[in-house]
Design a protein around this ligand. Structure first.
Ligand code: ZN
Length: 223
């Protein structure tokens, strides 16, 4: 979908759904995603977007200016590591303070090996942390799984099944803890209402600084 609104602003994707308000999101290289209620008049949507034109332009400029880390730099618990690939018969991944060593057979890709490694590491580190916080706050989750598909850091459904992104373990450990606490708080409140944020605050009083940090820095942590 391609809907030019002003000379500078174009809606790249308009998603209508059963929701009450219009939300704007700037993604990736500056694409504008608009979410709107099913029956809201198109002209009303355009009005809202036009009113937010300054904000959109500013955000888009920020997105264009930011630098994505190069392919040979990856993160582990917030630490930037140089990727060093070594040809070998058996695939393996290991690391020291500065480097991530990937031994790879010819037919494999760095992407595939790292995605599997991050997934395993995330589960290994995040599961005991989740158990720890669940005990501390008396919350019962039913299951933790790790996904590779999600753009989100985590999610929690009404059955208490928490899913974390395999990218989680790229983040600094205080941010990892915040995301675990955020998802555990969804066991009490399944939405992002003020009651939800009050619950998070009780569990982690400094959560706001982590949330802010994530908004500004989250994009750096990808495969
Ligand atoms: Zn949430």
């Amino acid at each position: 979908m391609f809907l030019p609104i002003t000379e500078e602003i174009t809606i790249d994707n308009l998603i209508r759904s059963n929701r009450r308000s219009v939300s704007l999101e700037i993604r990736g290289k500056g694409e504008l995603i608009v979410r709107a209620p099913l029956r809201l008049a198109h002209s009303s949507i355009l009005d809202i977007v036009r009113k937010k034109a300054e904000w959109i332009k500013e955000k888009q400029q920020q997105m264009k200016a930011r630098k994505l880390p190069s392919d040979n730099e990856k993160y582990f618990l917030g630490q930037k590591l140089n990727v060093i690939t070594i040809p070998g018969e058996k695939a393996s991944v290991s690391f020291d303070e500065n480097n991530l060593f990937i031994t790879m057979p010819q037919h494999r890709t760095v992407q595939a090996l790292l995605s599997r490694w991050y997934k395993a590491k995330t589960l290994e580190i995040v599961l005991p942390r989740t158990v720890h916080f669940a005990k501390e706050f008396g919350l019962g989750f039913t299951k933790v799984s790790i996904s590779t598909a999600s753009r989100r850091w985590g999610s929690c459904n009404k059955k208490g099944h928490i899913t974390f992104s395999f990218r989680l373990i790229m983040l600094p450990s205080d941010i990892v803890d915040y995301i675990i606490i955020h998802e555990l708080a969804h066991i009490v409140e399944l939405n992002h209402s003020s009651r939800f944020w009050a619950t998070v605050h009780k569990m982690m009083p400094e959560y706001e600084q982590h949330e802010k940090w994530l908004k500004h820095n989250g994009y750096k942590f990808s495969l």
